[in-house]
Write a new protein. Structure first.
Ligand code: DAH
Length: 359
């Protein structure tokens, strides 16, 4: 037995070599190579294991136990080393992937609504706070809604093709709405009385594209129909809106003409730059109001009974007021935006400056 390859010394030398190889492995790849060499099908231990069968009876038990114990020891050592390498590699990975949460980062820019959208929301909120509702209508509008129902007869100059964008084929009598006033008609035809609504929206005219005109612009329409409504309610509502939008400026209404209101008026804002101080003072001219003290904001009036009647409203019991103003103009006044083209060209620097608030 002394010189037999399965003697005690030989087996323990084999075992020691395997343990040393596992110990020396520094990574899973190295450990795998060591495992194949010392425990694989062609390893010396595996071959010895197979050879046990050839040993004559009396010795077989002894040798079998020795080889079995050696294999168990080598397997245990492999498992232990595997565990060590796992935790070492995890430690290295954690160190490698460590994140310093205190490092400053560049924040991704967050989007904002366009200043016109933001202003429309703000205008709407002023009225929602008073219990009014928001009404909406289509931008592609029936000519009848845009004109006839508003008492704008077929020969009214506002129907001239130079202003109105008619949609082909013309026989369909569809236009891109030239104002938000048709929403008044749609509301009166569908909404139970009383009515307290504002209608913000996009409107279109075949206009020049310059500092004070853009072909697609926005208006805010207001409509109230209730019992006992007077011009006083109109003035009070617009004063309130002006106060919220512009601070302490005064408003004035001045006679005008619109076919859908009677009487009609123009609503002016006290010039928020000179507050009227430039009027009659040649030494301090005001460019904002041309030294007139007032700037034009929109149109308004008491709803013409013919319009109410066209919508089936009893004009003996009900009356109403309406107003309409340009949203772009409001933004110009309020934020000192001088050129309307900036509002459609999409340069983010413009929006940013306005959102920052020249209010
Ligand atoms: N629709 C008019 C325009 O676009 C503005 C307007 C004037 C609206 C008087 C009204 C109003 O509701 O009462 O010029």
């Amino acid at each position: 037995m002394e010189n037999h390859p399965l003697n005690e010394k030989a087996v323990s030398a084999l075992t020691d070599r395997a343990l040393a190889a596992f110990d020396a492995a520094r990574s899973f790849a190295e450990l795998k190579a060591a495992r194949l060499k010392h425990l694989g099908d062609k390893s010396e231990l595996a071959l010895l294991n197979k050879a046990i069968g050839t040993i004559p009876g009396a010795l077989r038990k002894e040798v079998g136990q020795r080889v079995g114990a050696a294999r168990a020891k080598v397997h245990l050592a492999l498992a232990a080393r595997e565990k060590e390498i796992t935790s070492a590699e995890l430690g290295q990975r954690l160190a490698r992937e460590k994140v310093d949460v205190t490092l400053p980062v560049g924040l991704a820019p967050v989007g904002e609504p366009h200043p016109i959208t933001a202003l429309i929301d703000e205008l709407g909120d002023v009225f929602i706070a008073m219990g009014w509702e928001i009404a909406e209508g289509p931008e592609l509008e029936a000519e009848w809604m845009n004109f006839d129902a508003l008492n704008l007869g077929p020969n009214h100059p506002a129907r001239a093709t130079s202003d109105t964008l008619f949609v082909d084929p013309v026989e369909n009598h569809l236009v891109l709405r030239t104002h938000t006033s048709p929403v008044q008609i749609r509301t009166m035809l569908s909404h139970p009385l009383p009515i307290y609504v504002v209608c913000p929206g996009t409107t279109y005219r075949a206009d020049e594209f310059d500092a004070t005109h853009v072909p697609a612009f926005h208006q805010l329409e207001g409509l109230v129909v209730d019992k006992g409504i007077t011009m006083g309610h109109l003035k009070g509502s617009l004063d309130h809106l002006a106060k919220v939008m512009f601070g302490g400026v005064r408003t004035r209404i001045r006679p005008s003409y619109f076919p859908f209101t009677e009487p009609s008026a123009e609503i002016d804002l006290e010039c928020f730059v000179c507050r009227g101080a430039s009027v009659g003072d040649p030494n301090a001219p005001c460019r904002t109001c041309n030294s007139e003290g007032w700037i034009e904001w929109g149109g308004c009036g008491v709803v013409n009974p013919r319009v109410l009647a066209a919508c089936g409203i009893d004009t003996d019991s009900y009356s109403g007021f309406a107003f309409g103003m340009g949203v772009e103009r409001t933004l110009m006044f309020r934020n000192g935006a001088a050129d309307m083209r900036d509002m459609v060209e999409g340069d983010i620097r413009f929006s940013r400056a306005l959102i920052g608030g020249a209010r």
